[in-house]
Ligand binder design. Structure first.
Ligand code: GLU
Length: 524
């Protein structure tokens, strides 16, 4: 510990009078009144302009833990890095929350939820540390820090501002005043008394107790250029005063855990329970090896890839839910639960090492999911997707909703035999594209049995029921001495251009007499 600063010097060092005492903050943001076992979680993205799969994975854990326990899920915008900020980025975050149905409860009482609007809180906590000699103003310039770094590297020391390298650690009041008078603006650094020879035990809900060397770096708490906090300090202040019970974050934060424990201890606060999630991996198409998803290399790492591509958000949730709660698939197959929302996930079971994200698996979850949808919802999703992301061809397909509904209704009435060939909203539209004359592609390679087609036309009546329709096909086959299937295949290809389609009778019923007759005639 060093000498604490007096209130007027603290005010000068911070550039403003701290608004609250710690006691006042404790009162302003009281313990939440929630049932036992309720999780208070937050999704805390930096507004960088895009959301990746890892963000979604994290947010899903946060939302699920809070919602299944009757707790609170918050959305906090970590906008303390003004250099990295991108216009419109917050809307992207909020939209994503909305699209995936992660409802957040940003109760005003615990706000504001933009870190840039919480300066009063950070300043007040920093003032407390400054007064107790646990933090100090540091006037090192970027150049001076660079010099220190170069020296450390040359001598083979760990880099950073610590111990003898922390020039201003024991700066006197006189020097502080002198530098402030010259117009220098300090950052506020932690006065670390940690000893790296000693180990500190920290807890992670998945990994259990982990020991780390104590932190001895005098890390920046408040930056000099904009008076905003670093991630570490904001995490301390926000998660304490927002009364977060569980901090779910990427494993890249694991090495900072001893620092965070140290900060909580200095304040006499209980740290939250931490859950550090492993990164999502994929199998590299070239090497065949498992590796981390990459922002640059993997388009599917960006959520826009899935939204634009028409992947059902629920399918992503189901699949990610199964990665993070490995028992889920089994429970679902057994029929014990219908969706991930009904399954109780256990924080302890979240995978500790890279969860493997596999597009083929996602396809399976997506097919299963779409198969459970009533036609009206399938239609709505397809239409919404086409309106927002579709191209002209897709827009053409949603003009006549009744016709679209007809095409999508085929093989959906028997719950035991629902077609499972729809994967995404976009692919669904292309799967049924032959229903539209403008998109229909006649099959020019197929060798039609023209006699059979002619015979079919002679007796074709759109009003026939399915049995009558089939009996007529059988009659044509018998007359010509060919197989029933051959007649049906010629018809199928004539009408749809494809050799593989759902129930042909239903297809013809939806298409209507004229379209069927025209296409059959054209094939002849
Ligand atoms: N803004 C931090 C990040 O995006 C949040 C980490 C956390 O959830 O604490 O990595």
């Amino acid at each position: 510990m060093r000498n604490g600063l007096k209130p007027d010097l603290i005010e000068r060092v911070l550039g403003a009078k701290p608004k609250y005492t710690i006691a006042e903050l404790e009162e302003k943001f009281p313990e939440r009144n929630l049932p036992d076992g309720a999780f208070v979680t937050r999704f805390a993205p930096s507004p960088t302009g895009f959301m990746h799969l890892g963000n979604l994975y994290s947010a899903l854990i946060d939302f699920k833990l809070a919602s299944q326990s009757g707790g609170v899920f918050m959305l906090r915008i970590e906008d303390t890095d003004t250099k990295r900020e991108v216009a419109g980025a917050v809307d992207i975050v909020k939209n994503t929350m909305h699209q995936f149905g992660f409802k957040y409860n940003n109760d005003e009482k615990y706000g504001p939820y933009f870190q840039s609007q919480r300066k009063d809180i950070y300043r007040s906590v920093a003032a407390d540390l400054l007064a107790r000699g646990l933090a100090y103003p540091c006037f090192l310039t970027a150049d001076e820090m660079e010099e220190i770094r170069a020296k450390q590297t040359a001598a083979g020391f760990a880099t950073g501002i610590y111990g003898e390298f922390a020039r201003d650690r024991d700066i006197t009041d006189e020097e502080i005043i002198e530098r402030l008078d010259k117009g220098e603006v300090p950052s506020i650094r932690l006065y670390s008394t940690g000893n790296p020879e000693v180990r500190i035990f920290c807890k992670d809900a998945v990994r259990g107790s982990i020991s780390f060397p104590e932190n001895n770096e005098d890390l920046v708490l408040i930056k000099s250029n904009d008076g905003l906090p670093t991630y570490h300090f904001a995490h301390l202040c926000d998660d304490h005063f927002m009364r977060t019970t569980h901090v779910v974050r990427g494993e890249e934060w694991l090495p900072s855990l001893p620092l965070h424990y140290q900060l909580y201890r200095m304040m006499g606060w209980t740290p939250p329970i931490y859950i550090h999630t492993a990164t999502l991996d994929k199998i590299d198409a070239e090497t065949g090896k498992q590796r981390k998803m990459s922002k640059r290399k993997d388009p599917e790492n960006n959520l826009d890839f899935f939204l634009g591509g028409g992947w059902p958000t629920e399918a992503l949730i189901e699949y990610l839910g199964n990665i993070l709660a490995s028992g889920y698939e089994e429970a679902k197959l057994k029929g014990a639960v219908k969706s991930f929302w009904e399954y109780e996930m256990k924080p302890k079971k979240i995978p500790m090492s890279g969860g493997l994200f596999d597009m083929k698996k996602l396809e399976w979850w997506s097919k299963e999911y779409i198969a459970t949808l009533p036609v009206s919802e399938l239609v709505k999703n397809v239409v919404d997707w086409a309106n927002e992301y579709g191209e002209d061809v897709h827009k053409e397909q949603i003009k006549d909703i009744d016709y679209l509904t007809g095409a999508l209704s085929i093989e959906r009435d028997n719950p035991k035999r629902i077609r499972k060939d729809f994967i995404t909203w976009k692919q669904t539209l292309s799967e049924i594209s032959y229903f539209w004359d403008g998109l229909f592609q006649p099959n020019c390679e197929f060798e039609f049995n023209k006699d059979a087609l002619n015979e079919f036309l002679n007796t074709f009546d759109i009003a026939d029921d399915k049995d009558t329709w089939w009996n007529k096909i059988v009659a044509v086959a018998t007359k010509l001495g060919v197989k029933n299937g051959d007649v049906a295949m010629s018809l199928r290809v004539a009408v749809t251009g494809r050799t593989n389609t759902p129930d042909l009778y239903s297809v013809m019923q939806v298409m209507g007499k004229e379209r069927v007759v025209t296409r059959v005639k054209n094939s002849i």
